[in-house]
Design a protein around this ligand. Structure first.
Ligand SMILES: Nc1ncnc2c1ncn2[C@@H]1O[C@H](COP(=O)(O)OP(=O)(O)OP(=O)(O)O)[C@@H](O)[C@H]1O
Length: 293
């Protein structure tokens, strides 16, 4: 399979901060890859290295077989950074025309607007759009030049459910045609809904790199939820939280946990055991990292 972007043992320091530490990743053609990690994990730094906005302190970054800082290489990619400034005086349709004019193989304007649910806004000035509409436009523009690979840094931050779904549809349409996407997100359900492969990043390192199912299986935790007045001390609990009177515990051995619970003699009710969600897996991986350090 063709590799469209890769890093080899890449590290990036900002002064004292080690934002990335020995990251090696390959992004293969046609894949939709989700980069997941807590605030400050290094996701944006990684995207910025891939798209040539930053240079690594150590290691190699390759994009479409070339150097990401080469403008000819960058012609083949689409990018939506976290912050987007669009000219306020232009109309939505005019901005699409303007951006498309820079690319030889542009996507039809109306097709682009339709894909991202923007057709009705084509004649509106950008200055008059809501924050969410601007964000949708900024993401749509990343696809204007029929790129081979698109990098989306938190594309749906600040969007309501409907707008988020409209964006998902646009991203899916591109991917269904064989397009390659790398996206970062804080929304675990977004990665779950879109990506085939998840790369979990924590403290500048790759903590997991696999399918969503495998990432869940890798940590092998199960969620045990119950109502109890006072939770006794239980061995084997990876994490615990209390939401509206219910306790949610994560454990690699739910059978053992239930036996210990019964043995403790505490009065509990409404016991539920369920497979770990991606969020559970993610928290378990990142907290394991914290323990190891
Ligand atoms: N320009 C910069 N100068 C100094 N430190 C920086 C700079 N950019 C990022 N950092 C630091 O590098 C680390 C990684 O930041 P980065 O923005 O890549 O993380 P992130 O995973 O994208 O976080 P978020 O989800 O909050 O956007 C953080 O500790 C951040 O404070």
């Amino acid at each position: 399979m063709t590799t469209l972007a890769r890093t080899v043992e890449v590290s990036k320091r900002y002064g004292e901060v080690n934002a990335l530490d020995g990251v090696s990743l390959e992004i293969e053609a046609g894949r939709l890859v989700g980069l997941l990690g807590p605030n400050g994990a290094g996701k944006s730094t990684l995207v910025n290295l891939f798209v040539g906005l930053r240079k690594p302190t150590k290691g190699l970054v390759e994009l479409l077989g070339g150097n990401p800082s080469d403008p000819r290489v960058r012609q083949g990619i689409g990018v939506t950074p976290q912050e987007t400034g669009l000219p306020e005086a232009l109309k939505v349709g005019e901005i699409v025309d303007f951006v498309s004019s820079h690319f030889p193989k542009k996507l039809d304007k109306w097709e682009l607007l339709d894909r991202f649910g923007l057709r009705d806004l084509a004649k509106r000035q950008v200055g008059g759009l809501s924050g969410g509409q601007k964000r949708r436009l900024a993401v749509a523009l990343a696809f204007a030049g029929r790129p081979r690979i698109v990098f989306l840094d938190e594309p749906t931050t600040g969007l309501d459910v409907e707008a988020r779904r409209a964006l998902w549809e646009g991203i899916r349409a591109f991917h269904a045609e064989g397009g390659t996407v790398v996206l970062t997100s804080h929304y675990l359900e977004e990665v779950e809904a879109l990506a085939e492969r998840v790369v979990v990043i924590g403290r500048g390192k790759v903590l997991a790199d696999d399918t969503i199912q495998a990432v869940r299986g890798m940590v092998g935790v199960r969620r045990v939820s119950l109502s109890v007045a006072e939770l006794p001390e239980l061995p084997g609990v990876v994490s615990a939280e209390r939401v509206e009177g219910r306790h949610h515990l994560l454990t690699p051995d739910s059978d053992r946990l239930v036996l210990d619970l019964v043995a403790s003699g505490v009065a509990f009710a409404d016991l539920e055991i369920s497979p770990a969600t991606l969020e559970d897996a993610f928290l378990a991986i990142t907290s394991k990292e914290t323990v190891d350090v």
